[in-house]
Write a protein that binds this ligand. Structure first.
Ligand code: NAI
Length: 456
């Protein structure tokens, strides 16, 4: 049995970055992946959905090109087969980049299903394919999978191909006439945005009375309004109770309704993958199905770490990246800890949403004394120059006691790109008076942050 300083189970963002950083730090590292390196994010999540959404953006521009003085001859249409092929090409390129990076950092890669058999005096024993390895340290990075609730007809719908998850929908080579999306969270909204732009009649059925879960209320209302303008129908406060061959059955105020569908997307959340990997053989603690970790990404078992969706904290690839780095730093004796209050989140709809930190509501729930300011993005020259639908806003939340930013919520072009600037201001606890002294390039949409700061 070959011994490694670190064996990483799972080759998604948490796993591959742990392996890369550990290899770079000089640890003899093995990463084991049963499907594709890059994980859900690269193969069937973040990256492929962005290739789709960029095609939708091009289509939106083409359909509204006259607003910009550009004439497009004939009817604009989508070549969905081409979109999927292009997506596959993008994924292939990026996966090979990750493998090259792992190789450069002297990480051993193994394509197999890993199982933790137990522990002996040397370390943890991990079986992968026909081989067994000894791991002085373990990183659990097995990710998450879609929640599939016990809804009547759902299993049959999945088996027949009527119901899709994020995995299958990104391989769809034709555009469904009627798409029903179950769940108005991030996956649901991004896919609703894509398919409505390229011609599907999209209906979203969401249990809560607002879309986009924890997103700031004003922002999610604007997102809903702009998506409705594109033809998306939202059934809010509606719980799905059944799947039939031709549609989705749901309850609204105790009454049963049905919406017809050619395809159905199931996007009601994800759960950590903790079964069948042998965690029980070494006594790793779970809570509500996820691995319990501290702020150094340690589990309750010595030298066993967990990062990414498997710990169920914040299921985002960039959280996983940072958790991976925190874990490796702690493995090699560098003090580091995770801070979850400044993790930005982006919804890549058109228009896109960027948010970080507290909303007015969440801050007040924590008993913080806050001031807020909300201004339209039309204060930005570049935003007005480049858009014809001008609904965007920037809302900032300031802690009165410290005179620092604690939250920002923006909807409009590039929001997902510049939200990181506000994350840095929050993380570094920069005083509002000092933010006023920062120079923003002009004309940019991110100048909106400067404008909003001066309105506080
Ligand atoms: P989600 O948790 O974002 O949204 C699920 C929605 O489904 C919730 O609004 C919930 O109220 C609703 N729901 C639950 N049961 C329902 C029922 N029976 N009927 C109707 N509605 C119901 O989960 P989603 O969209 O599946 O995404 C999974 C994960 O992937 C999330 O953690 C998300 O953060 C991540 N992700 C992030 C992206 C990004 O950052 N841009 C993109 C895609 C996914």
């Amino acid at each position: 049995m070959e011994t490694f300083d670190l064996v990483v189970i799972g080759g998604g963002p948490a796993g591959y970055l742990t392996a890369e950083r550990a290899g770079h730090a000089g640890l003899k590292t093995l990463v084991i992946e049963k499907r594709e390196f890059g994980g859900v994010c690269l193969n069937e999540g973040c990256v492929p959905s962005k290739t789709f959404l960029n095609s939708a953006k091009v289509m939106d521009y083409a359909n509204h090109s006259a607003n910009y003085g550009v004439k497009v001859g004939g009817k604009v249409s989508i070549d969905q087969k081409f979109v999927v092929e292009r997506k596959n090409g993008v994924v292939k390129m990026l996966v090979s980049g990750i493998k090259a990076q792992l190789k450069r950092n002297k990480v051993t890669m193994k394509s197999a299903e890993a199982y933790i058999e137990g522990k002996d005096a040397e370390g943890y024993i991990v079986k992968a394919g026909d081989e067994k390895y000894i791991a002085k340290r373990l990183m659990i990075a097995t990710g998450s999978m879609p929640v599939v609730p016990p809804i009547t007809g759902l299993k049959e719908g999945i088996d027949s191909g009527l119901v899709l998850t994020n995995r299958e929908i990104l391989d769809l080579t034709s555009i469904p006439e009627k798409l029903v999306v179950i769940g108005g969270g991030v996956i649901g909204l991004e896919m609703a945005s894509y398919f409505s732009s390229v011609g599907s009649k999209v209906t979203v059925v969401e249990m809560l009375d607002k879309i986009a879960g924890p997103t700031e209320k004003e922002v999610s209302a604007i997102l809903q309004k702009t998506m409705e303008r594109k033809g998306v129908v939202f059934n809010l406060g509606c719980k799905v109770t059944g799947i039939e061959k031709d549609g989705v059955v749901f309850e609204r105020n105790g009454k049963t309704e049905k919406v017809p569908a050619d395809k159905i997307l199931l996007s009601i959340g994800r759960r950590a993958v903790t079964k069948d990997i042998g965690l029980e053989n070494i006594g790793v603690n779970l809570e509500r199905g996820a691995v319990v970790t501290d702020d150094a990404m340690r589990t309750n078992v010595a030298n066993v770490y967990a990062a990414g969706d498997v710990n169920g904290k914040i299921m985002l690839a960039h959280t996983a990246y940072r958790e991976a780095e925190v874990a490796v730093n702690n493995m090699v004796g560098k003090k580091d800890r995770m801070r979850y209050n400044v993790i930005p989140s982006v919804i890549y709809t058109n228009p896109e949403v960027g948010s970080v930190g507290e909303t007015e509501e969440s801050a007040k729930q924590k008993g913080l004394d806050v001031k807020t300011v909300s201004i339209p993005l039309t204060y930005s020259g570049r935003y007005v120059a480049e858009n014809t639908e001008l609904d965007g806003i920037c809302k900032l939340v300031v802690n009165k006691a410290t005179n620092t930013l604690i939250g920002a919520h923006i909807i409009g072009s590039y929001a997902g790109e510049y939200i990181v600037a506000v994350s840095a201001m929050i993380d570094l606890e920069v005083d509002i008076e000092n933010i006023k002294k920062l120079v923003f390039p002009h004309p940019t949409v991110c100048e909106i942050v400067r404008e909003a700061i001066f309105q506080i």
